[in-house]
Design a protein around this ligand. Structure first.
Ligand SMILES: [Zn+2]
Ligand SMILES: [Zn+2]
Ligand SMILES: [Zn+2]
Length: 373
């Protein structure tokens, strides 16, 4: 574990200070731009676990430690570690790679296996949902940057290796940042929806309760106005009653609208920290055959959590399966990404056509380009 003295010495050294440590003391010459915000002189002797009276004492609950937060802002938002984790011998692993890849309309067989350098990106984010009340929490997602497979972690520390290896790995293969970002966002959206399901239903219950109260109240006013008008009979002023009832109903509609607006939920997800963990990992190549096409897709064993990374849908990046295999490019897609177009009924692959149904788009393009008859 890092002691407060080590943390301070490292932080100051990182910001260009000269550091001399002896016993529980740190003697330092601090650059002016760092000394100022910390309230330090340019030359200081800091005491951590020493009784030296001439030194400035630093404690966890002290003012000086509190001021460090300013120096740390933004630091650590992205870190890379090379993990030295025990990778099981690949020839001993039998993850049933072809079984893990469940396909609905194609055959798969385990082709070859290899160990390669790859990376996982751990993303920790804070989400906030605001409607009539507020709900917030953290979401931790681990993405395999080579296969784009994602998994949700309850405890992010399981992905952080106990010991880091020296240096970095060469030839770490990964997908582009845009693809990795999409995978993170897709997994976060699913996780946040899961986390919020209880909050959403409680808000729905409260919304219905509030709407029922408004209905009861204005229903009562409405009935009351009718009753009074009936009691007055022909002597009453029918126009005045009608105007009163119209006003009551308009007020009910306005109140109902306001209540629904006050329960409208806004959800935001804000990244807190990313940690890229580079390791060697066993990768199984699975050969997929569909009609005349053949394609090899990687399935990676995750040495951080000691399990096979679940393959991801190439349309929406949701992990799992079983998958459909598309005819054109043999994409692996989930039910939702291989569904019939609601407008024309044609089945299409969302990975091949991320912009939507190709037939409808063709028709729409034809309609807009053809001159008006
Ligand atoms: Zn999908
Ligand atoms: Zn269509
Ligand atoms: Zn496709």
């Amino acid at each position: 574990m890092t002691t407060l003295r080590e943390f301070f010495a490292a932080l100051l050294a990182r910001r260009g200070a000269l550091i001399e440590q002896s016993g529980g003391l740190v003697e330092t010459v601090v650059p002016r731009d760092v000394a100022g915000p910390l309230g330090l002189g340019e030359h200081e002797v800091l005491s951590f676990d020493s009784d030296e009276r001439a030194a400035r004492r630093v404690t966890l609950d002290g003012e000086l430690f509190g001021r460090c937060a300013g120096l740390l802002a933004g630091a650590g938002a992205f870190a890379t570690v090379t993990a030295s984790v025990q990778t099981p011998r690949i020839e001993k692993l039998d993850p049933g790679a072809s079984g893990a890849l469940a396909l609905r309309n194609a055959a798969a067989r385990s082709d070859r296996r290899e160990t390669r350098a790859l990376s996982h990106l751990l993303s920790c984010a804070r989400y906030t949902a605001t409607s009539n009340e507020r709900h917030e929490g953290m979401i931790h997602v681990l993405v395999n940057e080579f296969t784009l497979s994602t998994r949700r972690l309850a405890d992010p520390s399981v992905a952080i290796p106990g010991s880091a290896a020296d240096g970095t790995l060469d030839a770490v293969e990964r997908r582009g940042a845009a693809d990795v970002g999409k995978a993170v966002a897709a997994a976060q959206a699913v996780a946040v929806r899961e986390n919020l399901s209880g909050f959403v239903s409680s808000q729905e219950r409260k919304l219905h309760r509030d709407l029922a109260r408004v209905d009861d109240y204005f229903g009562m006013l409405h009935d009351e106005a009718l009753r009074i008008s009936e009691r007055r009979g022909a002597a009453g002023d029918a126009d005045r009653t009608a105007a009163k009832i119209t006003a009551i109903d308009a007020e009910r509609a306005r109140k109902t609208h306001d209540i629904i607006a006050s329960y409208r939920m806004r959800v935001s997800i804000e990244p807190v920290v990313f940690v890229r963990i580079e390791t060697f990992a066993p990768v199984f190549w699975v050969e997929i055959r569909r009609r005349k096409g053949v394609r090899n897709v990687p399935l990676a064993y995750n040495p951080l959590v000691k399990a096979l990374d679940p393959p991801a849908c190439e349309g929406c990046l949701a992990p799992g399966g079983p998958f459909w295999v598309c005819d054109d490019r043999l994409h692996l897609v989930c039910n939702g990404c291989f569904a019939a177009c609601p407008a024309c009924g044609r089945e299409y692959c969302a990975a091949c056509h991320p912009g939507g149904c190709p037939a409808c788009r063709r028709n729409a393009a034809r309609a807009t380009s053809s001159p008006a008859a």
